[in-house]
Design a protein around this ligand. Structure first.
Ligand SMILES: NC(=O)c1ccc[n+]([C@@H]2O[C@H](COP(=O)([O-])OP(=O)(O)OC[C@H]3O[C@@H](n4cnc5c(N)ncnc54)[C@H](OP(=O)(O)O)[C@@H]3O)[C@@H](O)[C@H]2O)c1
Length: 282
């Protein structure tokens, strides 16, 4: 097996599906583990449109024994308890590239828990990898080779964009911005739709308008094909919509006066504090 997933929840599933969608791995080159039948059913259902499906086991040891690269998709809180068993399996199986996606969990902790056979890469993906639009950052431990980091980049970049960073101290800020970021955008979409309902629109139509507006605005912020002009910065794009004395200025003025920027900064700061806490020993 090329790649194994230990903990086959929402994020592991999104990554695995993104990798298969981008044809970086085939379904039959994947093995995944979790404890419950519900996790198994959800994970395997995501590959039902393919002729082959991933292997499944309830044994994390089996995943480590059979896969060359392991994605650690457990919740950060579960890692200290599970780590001795994982370390034992890695010790028995031989050197392994381990890609952790656990929020807040440092390379030092992972290296200490998993032992000398683990060449660890710490990463922070986000759920849009499921639809090929993920934003993922990753950083390697000293034992991770260039080849490991290239491979990690290929796997993590399969479902979108992946940035290799050198500074691990950025990872919790990245977690708070792009790891948690899709949820902020979903909140914004809901809030925009709800505001439309308050102005008399039917809810389903308001939601469709809000979602399409987000998609269109996001597309305008994307750089075009190589050689084309770079996308304008977000506030310049906003300025283009704000005709003097018009409706958009009226709306944006309220956003500015009522602390929209401060609100987002507070949300990201709170997520960052939580990532810091998750990384501290209990
Ligand atoms: N969700 C996000 O947007 C996001 C973004 C970036 C990073 N992350 C990171 O991704 C990781 C997983 O988060 P998630 O949102 O995907 O959580 P989740 O959906 O709850 O997934 C956790 C998975 O671990 C399994 N599990 C629990 N204990 C296990 C054990 N002892 N052995 C094997 N599997 C076990 C669970 O299934 P069973 O209960 O059936 O065992 C479940 O499949 C976290 O470390 C999180 O920080 C998440």
């Amino acid at each position: 097996m090329k790649i194994g997933f230990i903990g086959a929840g929402k994020m592991a599933l999104a990554l695995a599906r993104g990798m298969v969608g981008a044809q970086v791995v085939a379904p039959q080159e994947i093995i995944a583990s979790a404890r419950s039948a519900a996790s198994q059913a959800r994970f395997l259902a995501a590959f039902s449109s393919f002729p082959a499906h991933p292997a499944w086991t309830t044994s994390n040891t089996e995943v480590i024994a059979r896969a060359e690269t392991i994605v650690l998709g457990l919740k950060p809180q579960m890692l200290p308890e599970e780590a001795p068993r994982l370390a034992e399996a890695i010790n028995a199986a031989g050197p392994r590239l381990i890609i952790s996606i656990a929020a807040g969990t440092s390379l030092d902790s992972l290296r200490k828990w998993l032992g000398p056979n683990a060449r660890v890469v710490r990463s922070m993906p986000n759920t849009p990898v499921l639809v090929g639009q993920g934003a993922t950052a990753y950083v390697g431990a000293p034992e991770a080779t260039e080849t490991d980091l290239e491979l990690a980049g290929r796997y993590l970049g399969a479902g979108g964009k992946a940035w290799r960073v050198e500074r691990e101290e950025w990872m919790n800020a990245i977690t708070a911005l792009s790891g948690s970021g899709p949820a902020y955008v979903f909140y914004f979409a809901e809030a925009l739709a709800e505001a439309g309902v308050q102005q008399g629109l039917p809810r389903p139509f308001a939601l469709e308008l809000a979602v399409q507006t987000l998609l269109g605005a996001a597309a305008m912020m994307q750089p075009g094909p190589p050689g084309s002009a770079p996308a304008l910065p977000p506030l310049e794009l906003a300025n283009q919509v704000k005709s003097p004395n018009g409706t958009t200025v009226a709306g944006c003025t309220v956003l500015e006066e009522q602390g929209f920027f401060r609100l987002i900064q507070s949300a990201v700061a709170a997520a960052r504090r939580r990532a810091d806490e998750l990384g501290r020993p209990a």
